[in-house]
Design a protein around this ligand. Structure first.
Ligand code: SAH
Length: 568
């Protein structure tokens, strides 16, 4: 919950705009300001104060305890011009909140944390638990000192500046990525990747404390860190076992369950008869921990009960294989403000970027310094797909980019055809050319519509022609991608001729070249008078259906066919 506090009428007006924009996320704190800030500080995750920074500094100073748990506080001036993250920039999310508030109120976010200013990801913003001297090591990174990156556990980190990754040296600051219990030394931060899977078997009614105690002992004896536990894994039959659910809740991790048949198929070092009889697999703890592969660090181990009665719980611990991350990111048609915020985030989340050189140029300024850019020229699609997947398999965070939507006549399919289930794949949709063009032309896609690529490089012309004919017969609006190039000039006239067998010469046709790019141009013409020579590979061509009309220079396809019946 975000607490909102204001003092004056002007502040209250800005406050109310924010409250109206985010009704479910915000709560207004009325009354004397000092009291309102105090209440909000204890009750909310974040505060937005429509007050001078000086006033807020004095009010929150006595309340501050720990940057890991204090709420993030954003100040907005009464005129709503600036949103200043005052405390909790990273851990409290105040930097992000200031940007969001900025978007709603039209205010400029004033972000002053150093790592943001130089484009370096804050060490406490990587989504991993972090221990040690965050401030000192961040300082060393920012000052350009050699900083050692000791990645004991492979984890897909975003790009770090070039001075990170130096060979170990006396007194150098260290960033360690590790699931081993060993805590941070001086001038060291340790990031805890979610690399451990704890398999759990339990008799009915096994107490939470018994399971938690056993997990703790198993990790401690093996020198492993509890903050790296990703999940508790068990058999389906135990999915509602209160002891397992309670232990997972206390550890703050999910319970993941598998069928007995899946577990029975896993080869384990210590099978036994008891679970086979009870739940249908010779191993629960070891098999559930190992089912996704990985290295068995702690073989099955039983709890020891003080009164000597039989153990009610077993656990086993596995370090799962590193999983790289492949983000397939659509950049939109060209204009920066048609690039989604999520796409920007993914570009900045990556340490490796793969793409066509002209698309890389489109977003190069957004990449974090130190991002490895693997760009190639036109036509190297298969190679780009293979490279992106291979880099992700090495455990890296990869962004594979495409213009428009990366899934539309673009890189997503060749990449996912290469990918196996040992990497995480994230898709980010983009504004595809047909949509960008549609909004320029008017409303040509108001009813059923289809995209057809006229490129016969990968598709035999007979197939393309059959699809054009089907669209023509079904009276569907058609957008042609890849409509015409120097070496491919007869396909577009041929396709238009097929449509003309079913649509009148006056049918509106929209031609949009370089949608949302600096030299954008567009025109609405007709099926009878389109000159194919104005069309090239930077263009999409949208042909209306029999109901589409030109109205005030805009192309409009009605949402239903009543209009068509009336007009005929
Ligand atoms: N993935 C892209 C399409 C790639 S195919 C997308 O979703 O938009 C390449 C074709 O897309 C080009 O030949 C052209 O027909 C069309 N195209 C891509 N961007 C365009 C733009 N900004 N303006 C007009 N057409 C565009």
């Amino acid at each position: 919950m975000i607490g909102l506090i204001s003092a004056t009428a002007a502040g209250a007006a800005a406050r109310d705009r924010l409250a109206a924009a985010w009704p479910a996320r915000t709560r207004v704190y009325d009354g004397p300001v000092a009291d309102a800030v105090r209440r909000a500080f204890t009750e909310c995750d974040q505060l937005v104060c429509f007050l001078a920074t000086g006033a807020v500094v004095r009010l929150v100073a006595p309340l501050l305890a720990d940057k890991a748990s204090d709420p993030g506080v954003v100040c907005v001036d009464e005129a709503g011009r600036f949103a200043v993250p005052l405390v909790g920039g990273h851990a409290g999310g105040a930097n992000d909140l200031a940007r969001e508030v900025g978007e709603v109120l039209g205010a400029e976010p004033v972000v002053t944390t150093a790592t943001d200013a130089v484009g370096m990801p804050g060490l406490d913003t990587l989504g991993l638990p972090v221990e040690g001297d965050v401030a000192g090591v961040s300082r060393a990174v920012l000052d350009g000192e050699p900083v050692v990156l000791d990645a004991e556990t492979v984890w897909p980190l975003p790009a770090l500046p070039p001075n990170v990754g130096a060979p170990a040296g006396d007194g150098a600051a260290v960033i360690r990525v590790s699931d081993r219990a060993q805590g941070p030394a001086a001038r060291e931060v340790v990031l805890r990747p979610p690399s451990l899977v704890v398999g759990v078997g339990a008799s009915r009614g096994a107490p939470v404390e018994e399971i938690l105690g056993l997990v703790g002992e198993a990790l401690a004896d093996a020198g492993l860190c509890v903050r790296s536990v990703a999940e508790l894994a068990t058999v389906d039959a135990k999915s509602q076992e209160p002891g397992i659910l309670g232990a997972a809740a206390r550890l703050g991790v999910p319970v993941v369950t598998h069928t007995a048949a899946e577990l029975a198929a896993v080869t384990v070092p210590n099978p036994s008869e008891a679970p086979l009889a009870a739940v249908g697999t010779p191993s629960v703890a070891e098999a559930a921990a190992l089912v996704g592969g990985g290295e068995l660090l702690v073989p099955k181990r039983k709890s020891v009960r003080a009164d000597g009665s039989p153990a009610m719980a077993t656990v086993a611990v596995v370090r799962r294989p590193a999983r790289g991350r492949l983000a397939v990111v659509g950049l939109g048609p060209g204009a920066r403000d048609l690039l989604t915020p999520r796409a920007t985030r993914e570009l900045r989340r990556a340490s490796v970027l793969v793409g066509l050189d002209q698309y890389v140029d489109q977003i190069r300024d957004l990449l974090r310094p130190g991002t490895l850019v693997l760009e190639s020229g036109l036509g190297a699609e298969e190679e780009r797909a293979r490279t992106a997947v291979a880099e992700a398999r090495r455990g890296r965070a990869v962004a594979l980019i495409g213009s428009g939507d990366a899934g539309v006549y673009a890189m997503a399919s060749p990449a996912l055809a290469e990918a196996s289930d040992d990497i995480d794949v994230v898709g980010v949709p983009g504004v595809t050319a047909a949509l960008a063009a549609g909004s320029i032309l008017g409303a040509p896609l108001g009813h059923d519509h289809v995209s057809i690529s006229l490129s016969d490089l990968h598709t035999p012309w007979e197939v393309i022609e059959r699809r054009v004919r089907a669209a023509a017969e079904a009276d569907i609006v058609v957008t042609f991608y890849n409509p015409r190039s120097r070496g491919r000039d007869w396909q577009l006239p041929k396709a238009l001729a097929i449509l003309a067998e079913h649509r009148k010469p006056v049918t509106p046709v929209g031609v949009v070249r370089n949608a949302s790019r600096p030299d954008e141009s567009s025109r609405v013409t007709t099926l009878g008078s389109l000159d194919p020579a104005i069309v090239d590979m930077m263009t999409v061509v949208t042909v209306g259906n029999t109901a589409t009309r030109e109205i005030a220079g805009r192309m409009v396809t009605p949402r239903g066919y009543r209009w068509q019946e009336e007009s005929e």
